[in-house]
Design a protein around this ligand. Structure first.
Ligand SMILES: Cc1cc2nc3c(=O)[nH]c(=O)nc-3n(C[C@H](O)[C@H](O)[C@H](O)COP(=O)(O)OP(=O)(O)OC[C@H]3O[C@@H](n4cnc5c(N)ncnc54)[C@H](O)[C@@H]3O)c2cc1C
Length: 386
């Protein structure tokens, strides 16, 4: 029912004094551009609201309620399940530009951060490093701290600092609960609106309201900083454990490695947090029996690269088991986690304007983009779409 939306109401929401970017029947179309994971084919919001402050969010919710429109919300758009989309015609609230960073030194023993819902891991780690802290996060630089936290939140510091949900202290949520046509911001924490707090911690995004701020625990940087440690194992798809002629492990070797690697992982203490990728590829190379396999293991360690706990542990995995690593363990130290995220994690491509499909690139994560806040604050100086 977009045609039912009164033009005057759109104009009200699109008021130039409030830097909202709204595309409706009177919009210019540019705001429909959105970088998302796996958008459901053909789903397209009727209105896209680039909120800058929480009152923009409540205005958008109230607008949607007045016109009985579906509301969806996204920060980075990294959702894998299309939960950030409505069928054609809804209101999409983008919190991408809500970038508050406030350090609250007295909230816990090591302080806390109140973050805007548009903050990425990279930005959160930069803020934390500035005051010698670290926050719980996943690995990549471009994922949103909010969507990750409320959806569960696995990451390299999980064993030591807890999951994303464990680190949430408080949320401010724009809801529609105070009656038709009136959005309102409520606090959800262990004291206020505890049911909403519980639901949001793990219930995931896009369900209970639009979060306009999240307060998370800060943690101290470990003595000696952080290390990222990596290694890899490779082999063929031939049946044997090992072929001395080709010097390749086979499928039997992969079976042994499964036990070896998982036993090793289960023996690690909470200074270690990591992940492993197991994949196979077809190959016609002689000696591979049609395919090769690779096991790539990467861990963050809370301590310096020369820690004997770290090197002894990776030595055990790479050289002392039945299956030896193809690559010796590689260690790189970082004074804080932002150094890793900024320097050695997935690349981020700053785009002057969201230009549809991301450029082809040789490496990196899933599509991510940086959006220039000033373009929305200076509405009339926005560059033409690329
Ligand atoms: C490259 C990449 C790496 C990843 N690495 C990890 C990892 O290491 N560990 C891990 O656990 N997960 C990881 N994930 C998964 C990631 O945690 C989820 O996809 C998460 O939902 C992304 O959150 P987001 O805020 O970035 O995405 P968004 O798409 O912006 O939001 C995710 C969900 O939250 C909702 N939402 C967004 N903003 C709000 C808001 N203000 N209020 C209410 N709801 C909102 C959206 O509607 C959507 O349902 C990764 C994903 C990607 C793409």
């Amino acid at each position: 029912g977009l045609e039912k939306v009164a033009t005057t109401d759109v104009a009200l929401l699109n008021n130039a004094s409030r830097p909202l970017c709204v595309d409706g029947p009177t919009g210019d179309g540019g705001c429909f551009d959105a970088v998302r994971n796996n958008p459901l084919n053909g789903w397209k919001p009727g209105f896209v609201v680039w909120a800058l402050v929480s009152s923009d969010v409540t205005a958008a919710i109230a607008f949607a309620m007045r016109h009985t429109l579906c509301v969806s919300v996204l920060g980075t758009g990294h959702d894998f399940l299309n939960r950030h989309s409505c069928p054609t015609g809804g209101v999409l609230i983008r919190t991408t530009l809500m970038k508050e960073v406030t350090f609250l030194p007295n909230t816990t023993a090591h302080g806390a951060f109140r973050f805007g819902p548009g903050l990425t891991f990279s930005e959160a780690h930069k803020a934390a490093a500035n005051v010698n802290r670290v926050v719980a996060s996943g690995w990549a630089s471009t994922v949103g701290i909010l969507g990750w936290s409320i959806g569960g939140g696995h990451g390299p510091f999980g064993p030591k600092y807890g999951l994303g949900v464990d680190n949430i202290i408080s949320l401010e949520v724009a809801t529609s609960r105070y009656g038709a046509g009136r959005g309102a911001v409520v606090v959800a924490n262990s004291t206020y609106n505890w049911d909403l707090f519980q639901a949001l911690r793990g219930g995931g995004g896009s369900t209970w309201g639009v979060v306009v701020s999240i307060t998370v625990r800060a943690h101290p940087i470990p003595t000696g900083g952080f290390t990222v440690a990596k290694t890899a194992f490779v082999g063929s798809f031939c049946d044997e454990v090992y072929n001395p002629e080709t010097k390749l492990y086979g499928r039997g070797g992969l079976g042994l490695l499964t036990g070896q690697a998982f036993d090793w992982m289960l023996g690690l203490n909470s200074n270690f947090g990591g992940l492993s990728y197991w994949w196979a590829q077809r190959t016609d190379k002689p000696g591979f029996c049609g395919a090769n396999w690779t096991v790539w293991i990467q861990y963050a360690y809370l301590g310096p690269p020369n820690s004997s706990e770290l090197t002894a542990s990776f030595d055990l995995l790479t050289t002392q088991g039945d299956i030896k690593a193809a690559l010796p363990a590689y260690y790189k130290g970082y004074a804080n986690w932002f150094e890793y995220v900024d320097g050695d994690c997935e690349p981020i491509y700053p785009w002057p304007w969201l230009a549809g499909a991301p450029p082809q690139r040789p490496i990196g994560g899933l599509p991510s983009a940086l959006v220039d806040r000033e373009m929305f604050e200076a509405r009339n100086q926005r560059p033409a779409a690329a």
